[in-house]
Design a protein around this ligand. Sequence first.
Ligand code: HEM
Length: 297
Amino acid sequence: MRLPTPPLPKALRRTPPRPGSRPSRNGARANGAVQDLRPGSRDGRRPPSKGGSQIDRQRLKEQATEVPISLAGWLDERSGASPFMRGFMYRKVPRGTNWFYTLGSATMFAFLSQAVTGVFLAMYYNPAPADAYESISNITNEVFLGEFVRGLHRWGATVMVILIFLHMARTFFFGAYKYPRELNWVIGVVLLVLTLAMALTGYLLPFDQRGFWATVVAVNINASGPILGPYLADFLRGGAEFNAITLSRFYSIHMLLIPGLIAVLIGAHLYLVAKLGTTAPPWLKAEKAKELSREEI
Ligand code: HEM
């Protein structure tokens, strides 16, 4: 059965022309008045009277509001975006959907905020061991709004880690990891590891005592892992020892490799959410199949 097409949002609907705003072919207006086309009259290009200029302003305003609508229509006709967007925005969600279902979107918002603030920090940050600390002090003390943007990025990292754990807990306790959503759970686990790796690689970047020694400890813990541990530690350090390469390596992993992977995986994660729908809360009982009516038999 085909579902009825949901209505277009109000902002995208064309406003019908006001009665009398369009001249008719015989010069008559919708209210029956006839256009004055004599030389020197308003329609014969006489300077508009006070009332006339108000009508002109009204018409200009209406035309101006039509511009974004026409532009959206132009794009939509060529991209075919609106059937997809309508299906996505108006998709059905299970009864009982509640605030806990917003934790995934909140995590995504935290990621986007990290991406935006990170771009501005990267404009001033210098990943050379001799300059890194200095460039961070410069961001904090000299750059316009630098301390604010750095604070957003620092606190945003903590917020993202907390939100991702809360989101994971929600999907776990609602049983959303079960068939057919196992793949989405696995993608989520990779996203969790990448988010933690993002936090670890970012901690070294200010190149202060705390960041440096915390990273030494974390990399040494990695090195103690079985089989792959020593290789992973060598890869992270860029050799057997911490050196100048380590900082630029952490920087490129932090600002290019991991965010790129996270963006691609969030795309796949959301695709699966849209395709499979979300899981109903566990306290809802499945509805009993209704009796088939005589007509349906
Ligand atoms: C960057 C990290 C992540 C983002 C941006 C993200 C985003 C989302 C969004 C927007 C949804 C839709 C509904 C909802 O919010 O509950 C969702 C659903 C889901 N997520 Fe995530 N997620 C992330 C990490 C994770 C992690 C770490 C796991 C688990 C290990 C996970 C597992 C799931 C599952 C199983 C669903 C389906 C939920 C259902 O069917 O009800 N996600 N995610």
